[in-house]
Design a protein around this ligand. Sequence first.
Ligand SMILES: [Zn+2]
Ligand SMILES: [Zn+2]
Length: 372
Amino acid sequence: MRKLLCTAALILLALSYISAQRRADNDRRIQFPDVDGYLTLKVDLHIHSVFSDGAVWPDIRVQEAVRDGLDAISLTEHLEYQPHEDDIPHPDRNRSYELALAAAEDEELIIIRGSEITRDMPPGHNNAIFIDDANKLLQDDAVEVFREARRQGGFSYWNHPNWTSQKPDGLAEMTEMHRQLIQDGLLQGIEVVNEVTYSDEALQIALDHDLTILGTSDVHGLIDWQFRVPEGGHRPVTLVLAEERSLAGIQEALDAGRTVAWFNNLLVGKEENLMPVIEASLTVTEAAYIGDTDVLAVTIENSSDAAYMLDNQSAFTFHRNADVVTIAAQTSTTLEVKTGERRESVELAFEVLNAVTAPDVHPEFVLDVAVE
Ligand SMILES: [Zn+2]
Ligand SMILES: [Zn+2]
């Protein structure tokens, strides 16, 4: 009997370990709900491996992306900067893409062919993705590289315009060359988030020139170490609002500018893209007056990975909170609203503090609450 109990205890222990592991794997998957009319795809379009100045083989990049629940990645090796070439001779600039593609064969992950055009300012660093042949981008004239990428059907965007190695004040600023590239249809996007940095100035450039907003990891080491994933962090990603989950679907959405960057719990995007993501994330699941009181309990379910920080804009005050409330990720939160008298419905208006649609501009979000 004792032996049986012992075995049962061991089995229970093993099962609880397995379920804890499954929970941990599930927790790190980046999750945002689909929005009205579009799938919300999670992509990281700026990644390095040993085939430029990264520290890992491409198959590790694939495994990291699968663990993070991403829909697509692009390994964007520096075309012109090859610090490992004595150890890893690299005559074919498509090699990294091919290895990642093979490593992702049995995965759902989409691999996008890309390269980082690596020049002094201007034009600085820019990524070209959805290209056919990275080798043909090895050209002396920088503008000619953008032209070749475009001929191949590529989408190009300005990387880290706030990078202090090329812009010591960290203030992203338009140049004549970038202006010309945009005008000629050779530059379609800009990183507003790169690795551990965010740029208000890059966001303003995106809005002024109608560029697609991107957030990328630009990872060189390990995702887990760089973005402290075991401690609850997440890699920066771009949420792409796509009609279909495919290479063509992602490219169509990028061309149309339907993106939101997600970085350190901050959502960055044009209002028309950001609002649907917030609205799909937060839903009222219960609203009822508490006992004989005039205090309304409103339960809000957050089906996204973002912890929403909401600043109360309505005339009502709360029974358990001051004006700023946090709606934690992937869970339900109940607000007790003092409505003064019993009402059949109320509108709760908030400023979303962890989201920006322009420098210093937080979008307003209204929850329509129907009382049960
Ligand atoms: Zn770069
Ligand atoms: Zn890079």
